[in-house]
Design a protein around this ligand. Structure first.
Ligand code: SAM
Length: 265
């Protein structure tokens, strides 16, 4: 039996994230921004944590880096392998959990995560693992959605209808620079932040909601949970549509994100 107190949560997440692949269309461009922000060089050994379908991993591999990718969802790992084959790059993808990385100490020159490790329930465990597998002098870099912007607020809305289990940190905390500094602590130096915007096309709030219900893990999971509770599901949908409607402009949702880079001491 697993001694992970969040084993059940992760089993649910593994299934819910399995349908994320279509959203690679919107995470492809920020992947290049993260690889740039991390200053990845040819021949460096790079880990992409929470790699999904491999958008960051492929970007780094196409620069000539030696790349491994890890994700909780086996269905996404299969898609990542197909993406690597299509892109003509060799990447070692495997299923796994950022809270227990299957790599030795000081293995990588660069450890990256684009909107990935932020979903682990125990930030202190996730960051300790990412730093453990990083070489001294190596670079850790990640992209996260801040709590005050569109995606962070949307996750807060989802959290209102389905609070995280006791002890699990809300993902958008990873978008707050002061919390990031605290979590990285004295293990790193030279912390640098940068910001970007990813654009998500949508014809209406209902179109956007349909995409989320079909592809975004936490929303997929919430809608499944509320299947037997039609009135709460209707309230969630109405609240989400109203929120999205206030942000939709020119058939587009602008999704601000934060990039962090730091050097391991
Ligand atoms: C928003 S998606 C981002 C995927 C990809 N990095 C991208 O930018 O397209 C979040 C990813 O984190 C993964 N994930 C969530 N919790 C994880 C965990 N504990 N360990 C590893 N991966 C995890 C999910 O399976 C999912 O692929």
């Amino acid at each position: 039996m697993s001694d992970d107190p969040f084993a059940h949560l992760k089993a649910v997440q593994r299934e819910a994230w399995a349908v994320f692949a279509p959203l690679e269309a919107v995470t492809t461009m920020p992947a290049a921004e993260l690889v740039r922000h991390a200053r990845v060089l040819p021949q460096q050994s790079v880990l992409d944590v929470g790699c999904g379908t491999g958008v960051v991993a492929l970007t780094a591999a196409r620069l000539g880096a030696r790349v491994r990718g890890l994700d909780l969802a086996p269905a996404l790992i299969e898609q990542a392998k197909r993406n690597a084959a299509l892109g003509g790059v060799e990447i070692d993808f495997q299923e796994g959990d950022v809270e227990g990385l299957p790599y030795g100490n000081a293995t990588f020159d660069v450890v990256l995560s684009q909107f990935g490790h932020m979903f682990a329930p125990r930030p202190e465990v996730a960051i300790a693992e990412m730093l453990r597998v990083l070489k001294p002098g190596g670079t850790i870099a990640f992209s996260t959605w801040p709590p005050e912007h569109f995606v962070g607020q949307m996750f807060a809305l989802v959290g209102k209808y389905q609070p995280p289990p006791p002890g699990a940190a809300p993902p958008p905390q990873w978008g707050d620079p002061s919390i990031i500094r605290e979590r990285l602590g004295k293990a790193v130096t030279d912390i640098m932040f940068d910001r970007g915007v990813m654009c998500f096309p949508a014809l209406s709030p209902q179109h956007y909601r349909k995409v989320l219900e079909e592809t975004l893990g936490p929303v997929v999971n919430l809608v499944q949970t509320l299947q037997g509770d039609a009135s709460t599901l209707a309230s969630f949908r109405a609240e989400l549509d109203g929120f999205v409607g206030r942000h939709l402009e020119n058939n587009m949702l602008r999704q601000h994100y934060l990039m962090t880079r730091a050097i391991k001491c």
